[in-house]
Design a protein around this ligand. Sequence first.
Ligand code: C2E
Ligand code: MG
Ligand code: MG
Length: 760
Amino acid sequence: MKSNKNLILWIELLFALLSLWVLKTVSFYPEHAIGTLRIYVLSMIVLTVSLVLSVRYYQSQHSTIDVDKICEMVQRIDVPAFIWSNDLSVMFANSAMDELLGITGEETEIDNAVVLSNFFHSISVSPKEAGVILSGQTLKTGLVTQNGQKRHIAWTTSVLKKNNTASLLFSIGFETTELENAKMELTKYAQDLLISQTRYDLSMKLSGVGFLLAETVREEYYVSEEAMKFLGISENCISFHDFRKKIHQDDRIKFDDYLVKIRNISNADTYGCQRILEMRIWTNNQYVWYAYQYHENLRNKDGRPIIGGALIDITNEKRKDAKIKNLAFNDKVTGIYNRNKLMHEGAKLYKMAMEAETQGYHYRYWVIVLDIDRFHIINDSCGYEKGDKILKAFAHILCEYTANSGLVARISADNFVLILQRYADDDGEPANTIEQIRESLAELAKEDFAGLSLSCSAGFASMPTPDSHDFKEVLEHAEFALAVGKGELSYLMGYDAKMHQEILYQGEMEKSLSEAIENHYLQLYYQPKVDIHTEKIIGAEALIRWIRPDGTMISPNVFIPIAEKAGMISAISHFVLCEACEQTAEWQKMGLPKIIMSINFASGDFYQANVCEVIRNQMDKFELEPEYLELELTERLALGDINYTVQQMNALREMGILLAMDDFGTGYSSLSYIQLLPLTLLKLDRSFIIEIETDKVAQEIVSAVIKIAKSMDMKTIAEGVEYKPQAEILKEMGCDYIQGYLYGKPMPPEEFQKRLEANT
Ligand code: C2E
Ligand code: MG
Ligand code: MG
């Protein structure tokens, strides 16, 4: 057949050349035109016939498929492939296909048609339909091989030849088993993930725990769904800045410290510990206590640390804590901490303050000791019930300043301690707070305790400072500052390093006290006491002064307590007794008017068994009669051991020595106690006198005290009288004597002598 086709081609070529030659010749020999035209027409016919034959041949060449050849090619393909016609007249599967279907060598020969019809059956499509459905498409099938393996194949089918009755098709399969398996695994993994996510969400919901994950580079938190609800936000992230705004003002210090810390965590750090940050967060229109339990050892892909943890509502725990603490450590009257608890908690805060300092955090604690002015008088005159109410109200005022950080404690009758945690550079503290407290107290008096004027004084110290070693010491410093402030008539006094140095200095001086006396560093000043009617000097109070070589003076309010603590007071008292007796005797010998010399007695002196003997010796030495000497005792001293006091005082009285109750109204006594003591004079404390013109309660108290004293044959003297109207009021009330700047400040002996001379 092939050789025939070639022959026709050659003839066609021959005719074509002949026709071309005829055409060419005709155009050169026009005289033979008619004969040539005939040949030409004939040639054209031959040429057309041969062209049609050629096209046909060409068409037949290009539309006929050599099935054997194709089968041969398919056999060489190493992926499953088969040739088939949808009338199943042609069926050929390659060996890769046989292998896929699990057919061994001989069987292949048997019947490809059976194999393939099985295949079409397995995919539930008849070969006829398959031809239509599959051509130009990809069919994915799952097959279970004879050894039970499940394999996935994607079939692509194309039409090789199509005629009226059947089409010849070629299908090739690509194995997608691995892909499908991976896809399935992925699907399973996604499902597992979904399940665990659901479980996680559910448990978060049930436990009420939210999550915060800090991203320190972008400075923001990833916020879990539950936490989004707490925080009232709709996005699942919030910047550090916005989160901080939701934290209670007093808890922000803690949060800021935490930020400093997490920002500084470097890649190299291997923090592993869990930390807890307790703070109040604004949630649904109120602050709620949350504990943020976070871990610092999580790592990002790039190794950067991630700080994340749970946000847990701890309101109930806080409440329970508060209840337990209340039972164990609280003051019964006010409900706030007692002294024991203060010492315990204070020690913890001291430790925290020291740590914070070493780590460079910028906050410190202020330890403030507060004292309600003249509280004991109020207690005495208004009754304990009212006194307790005032204490409670005062505690309540203080608590407002320690809502979160710091604490409040009542350490004795009217002494409270307030500890504030504030930024280190806030220099306005604690003065601002103390001013506010005083204002609140005045307000309280106006509203709930009509007619009373309530005020308080405060001394404070801060921690950490280089001049303290523990909390006890800081508290002592604050108490010391309070005492110094009171001495200087200031309601507010901060402890500072200068004071500390003074103490150190005095500490050294304690050791050389006798030397100081010898060198006349300690001197007695005398303050006149005058008769309220005649305004003549009837006596003097000897007040000690420590004058340093550079001329600076240290207040006895500062060094007497130190001397008492250090056990040096008896040396001072001895000096005072000698000096005062000698001076009085000298003035008497000079013929100056008779005066009663008062000296202040410290408890260390008073409780010495030989006190009477010591005094008698001095009187004898300077030939002074006992009625020239008056001992001033404070309430605290007198009431330390009431039986002993009464015994000792009786002995002194028997000697003829006068006894005065100093600073009456500032101590712990009530009038009923005073009545037990053989006193000759009651000294009304300066604090009553300061407000006697305006404070009705003070007036009533002073008037009542004067009356009671009179009824007991006791004289009364008012301390700290600075203005004439004060003296006038006291005169009207029946007070006997006056002492104060109005009639002279404490002065050196020479000056006092001049006053005495003028007195005559
Ligand atoms: P005190 O015994 O109550 O002494 C009265 C204090 O009030 C004195 O302070 C005196 O200077 C001050 N004063 C008197 N009148 C006025 C006034 O009108 N206005 C003002 N603002 N103050 C006035 P001073 O001398 O600083 O003594 C303070 C305290 O130190 C004394 O209080 C006393 O408790 C103690 N003290 C002083 N000398 C001795 C002493 O020799 N031995 C002992 N054990 N204690 C002493
Ligand atoms: Mg005195
Ligand atoms: Mg006094």
